[in-house]
Unconditional design. Structure first.
Length: 254
């Protein structure tokens, strides 16, 4: 969506604060020994208390309130009573929701407890690259140039990007124009970021794979060549200068 009045900005801020707070609290709540379904239910309670509705459930009837992916799962992991979190797991939580007609989205990967499997370097790369990408987004910038920046920064660090997972426009629904904010230079995409537009920018930084494939459950995605992936995401409003980061409260950069 494009912000045209103060009430729209206020609505987007409120929805974004709801998903950001939920993500932060879920990350703090996560601990070895609990199931991903327990973690999901915790997030669902926070969203409900804030008056927000799960976006993946609302839009796609996703079988969970949030997406929780663990280790080799790249994204869209289904919360399960059978999946118990363990020390050193690479965990990704993606929280998106609707509140009073406004939609917002954010996510982040982190190591649970001690970094015994050495995932932190990948996570730090994803965080740093997202920060640099967002700092370079303003009205008039080519979307493909930001994709080029993300891939270049990933390669510098010895990583790859996932080419079929992208950021997207958001606001009055979960996925809007621009529908694809890729993590590589898509030479066929000549679109530019527009001032006052609301977008969800995401990094998909991978150790081995370049494409994500859907498992037989119809939701969970893993790498075409295995390995691990870190994702970090903010919902932002594009300006003439530094974007307004609506989900900054999630503290994924801390």
């Amino acid at each position: 969506m494009s912000i045209t009045k103060e009430t729209e900005l206020a609505g987007m801020k409120k929805a974004s604060e709801a998903v950001a707070y939920t993500l932060k609290e879920m990350r703090n709540y996560a601990q070895p020994g609990i199931t991903t379904k327990q973690l999901d239910n915790y997030g669902a309670t926070i969203l409900s208390d804030l008056g927000a509705k799960s976006a993946p459930y609302l839009a796609y009837r996703f079988p969970g309130w949030t997406c929780i992916s663990v280790n080799n799962e790249f994204c869209h992991g289904i919360p399960s009573n059978n999946k118990i979190l363990k020390e050193g797991d690479l965990v990704n939580i993606d929280v998106s929701a609707e509140l009073n007609g406004f939609w917002s989205d954010n996510g982040g990967s982190f190591v649970l407890g001690a970094d015994i499997y050495r995932h932190q370097k990948l996570i730090d790369a994803s965080k740093q690259i997202l920060y640099k990408a967002i700092c370079n987004i303003k009205g008039g910038v080519r979307i493909s140039d930001i994709g080029h920046l993300i891939e270049t920064e990933a390669k510098k660090r010895g990583y790859k990007v996932i080419k079929n997972l992208t950021g997207h426009g958001i606001g009055r629904s979960l996925h809007e124009e621009p529908t694809e904010i890729a993590n590589y230079r898509d030479r066929f995409n000549v679109a530019r970021f527009k001032k006052n537009a609301v977008v969800a920018v995401e990094t998909f930084i991978s150790t081995t794979s370049t494409y994500a494939e859907t498992l037989s459950d119809g939701w969970t995605m893993v790498g075409n060549k295995g390995g691990f992936m870190a994702q970090h995401e903010h919902t932002i409003v594009i300006t003439d200068g530094r974007p307004m980061i609506l989900t900054e409260m999630n503290e994924i950069w801390n």
